[in-house]
Write a protein that binds this ligand. Structure first.
Ligand code: CAA
Length: 259
């Protein structure tokens, strides 16, 4: 994949997408969003990949949507720009394989929203989170008003959005916005370790689990457990189910075949 503002690398079963506009602290302009969209489509079609890591180059994860580009938008253009970001992040959230946000620095506005579109977030001690949009006279527009409240509850979501206050990694951990905080030097190693762990489990089972969690979160509990029942049953149609259970009974570890 050849892009100007993002980089994609692949090692074994693990892919890594790096937002790479370090001079603007990886701010998301239309080009970054278009390239991200195209990369996610290609990643979704790659049958060998089992996990995707999303991170930022340099001292920032993503410092938000590009304020320079937004500064001259009309209402209609603003709506279109919002629609572009929302569509791309929905694509990230709906990717078949799990995604881990490796938050190395600023995750503000659209950056926090990108991290929240991933399945979970590991932060370095230097990471900074926030939805500073109201301080710019706009509302969060790439999912912040919706995903933040789902992750941390309405109280903290409203607190962060109304005050436009940024929070450090330890506070983000305390409110459940991130799952783990590690030192700057350890971030890549820890995220890779988690990615390898996920990749070593039954890949179809992992993907079906993601589908069950994401679908179930949007429907009532009776419909949700029906989704679980169906996908649980479906996992028994795989060769990996046979391999996984046979390995357990023989006290070994299965070499899952993604079949
Ligand atoms: N858009 C455009 N450019 C940005 C940017 C952004 N979101 N964030 C940083 N940059 C640029 C700066 O303009 C600066 O460029 P120049 O060197 O050309 O002046 C460069 O990146 C480095 O930034 P700073 O000099 O400001 O670096 P700093 O270390 O002093 O501060 C920061 C870092 C606290 C992250 C600060 O840059 C900042 O506050 N950035 C904006 C954060 C923000 O408000 N994000 C939300 C945007 S709105 C949004 O995302 C809407 C939405 O929901 C979709």
């Amino acid at each position: 994949m050849e892009f100007e503002t993002i980089k994609f690398t692949k090692e074994g079963f693990v892919g890594k997408l790096t937002i790479s506009r370090p001079k603007a602290l990886n701010a998301l302009n239309s080009q970054v969003l278009d390239e991200l969209s195209s990369a996610i489509d290609q990643i979704n079609d790659d049958k060998d990949l089992r996990v995707l890591i999303i991170t930022g180059e340099g001292r920032s994860f993503v410092a938000g949507a590009d304020i320079r580009e937004m500064s001259t938008l009309s209402a209609l253009e603003g709506k279109e720009f919002g629609n572009k970001g929302l569509s791309v992040f929905r694509k990230v959230e709906s990717l078949k394989i799990p995604t881990i946000a490796a938050v190395n620095g600023f995750a503000l506005g659209g950056g926090c929203e990108l991290a929240m579109s991933c399945d979970f977030r590991i932060a370095s001690e230097k990471a900074l989170f926030g939805q500073p949009e109201t301080g710019l006279g706009i509302t969060p527009g790439f999912g912040g008003t919706q995903r933040l409240q789902r992750l941390v509850g309405q109280g903290y979501a409203k607190y962060l959005i109304y005050t436009a206050e940024n929070i450090k990694a330890d506070k983000a951990l305390q409110i459940g916005l991130v799952q783990e905080v590690v030192s700057v030097d350890e971030l890549d190693k820890r995220v890779d370790e988690l990615a390898q762990k996920i990749a070593s489990n039954g890949p179809i089972a992992v993907r079906l689990s993601k589908e069950a969690i994401n679908t179930g979160a949007q429907v009532d509990i009776d419909s949700a457990i029906k989704v679980e029942e169906y996908l649980f049953g479906l996992s028994f149609s795989t060769e990996d189910q046979k391999l996984g259970m046979k390995a357990f009974l023989e006290k070994g570890k299965a070499d899952f075949q993604n079949k």
